[in-house]
Design a protein around this ligand. Structure first.
Ligand SMILES: [Zn+2]
Length: 293
């Protein structure tokens, strides 16, 4: 079934050709943003238990009308001639009541779950990974290979991670290990800078998690994942230390490098938690601006 742009917008989806020549299956494929809902975050995840005033000031400066504790979850769907590739799996039914909508969003986009050939992971956090299993504990995408970058796979399957990750995220470690074990040989591990799917190049952006990666798509668009996770803090203070990153210093270096690249390329990008999902990045002195498409 061919979905029209009008139907897609009515379904809350953003469909774009992203600079591709014409509609349909151009060389780079067709990119769609599908929503998994919104997170409901504890304040400590953003403030580190500290200063709410700094967050409020950054919010006001950003100009976004967006509750920082209820960010959207935007998955990227890439359809090429022979593949249906989903970047991250969404949160699934067990994480939060406000997430887990991807199976319905895909249906609205005219994609059956058994048509998804590849699920390409940016990292192992619950809102990205837990959706590999459905409410019966079966694979949500029965025909798909789950592609995990090597460092990220090693981290979430290491039994020590539950002890080292910190109290706030202990459930993340248990949940990731269980799901990766359940998925067994459906999981394919690839080099951190490799090509999990032909034409899709991983860009290591470590720090948000130890092995987080972003992706460069065939047409030059970038799947950011959570390398730029919070539009209020990440754009205004890209080099700062943010509590939602597991290694804040490393994450800051990755974030500045990626934003610098995006601003200089002018490439379209999809940010998992950024307003509108799809947009571009521009420089603003030492800071950056997110411009939703
Ligand atoms: Zn994350």
């Amino acid at each position: 079934m061919e979905i029209t742009r009008r139907e897609a917008l009515a379904g809350g989806l953003v469909v774009t050709s992203l600079g591709l020549a014409g509609r349909g299956h151009a060389a780079g494929g067709e990119l769609t943003v599908v929503s998994d809902g919104r997170l409901t975050l504890p304040e400590a995840m953003l403030t580190g238990g500290g200063d709410r005033a700094a967050l409020d000031a950054a919010m006001a400066a950003s100009g976004f009308d967006l509750d920082p504790l209820a960010p959207p979850c935007n998955l990227t769907l890439l359809r090429t001639d022979d593949r249906v590739v989903l970047f991250d799996a969404g949160a699934g039914p067990e994480f939060m009541a406000t997430t887990g909508e991807v199976p319905y969003a895909l249906k609205e986009a005219g994609v059956r779950l058994d048509e998804v050939t590849d699920v390409v992971m940016t990292h192992g956090h619950p809102d990205h990974l837990w959706g590999v299993l459905d409410d019966f504990g079966d694979p949500t995408f029965p025909e798909a290979t789950i592609h995990m970058p090597a460092t990220e796979m090693a981290y979430w399957t290491d039994p020590a991670t539950v002890e080292t990750i910190g109290e706030l995220r202990q459930a993340f470690a248990v949940g990731a290990a269980r799901r990766l074990a359940e998925m067994g040989d459906r999981v394919a591990v690839f080099a951190d800078d490799g090509e999990p799917v032909p034409g899709v190049r991983a860009l290591p952006t470590f720090g948000h998690t130890p092995g987080h990666v972003s992706y460069l798509l065939p047409d030059g668009a970038v799947v950011i994942g959570d390398a730029v996770a919070n539009p209020h803090l990440a754009m205004r203070d890209p080099g700062g230390s943010h509590a939602n990153d597991q290694d804040p210093e490393r994450a800051a270096r990755s974030r500045v490098d990626l934003l610098t690249r995006l601003a200089s390329d002018g490439a379209a990008a999809v940010g998992f938690h950024l307003p509108g999902g799809l947009g571009t990045v521009a420089r603003d002195g030492d800071a950056f601006l997110w411009r939703p498409a």
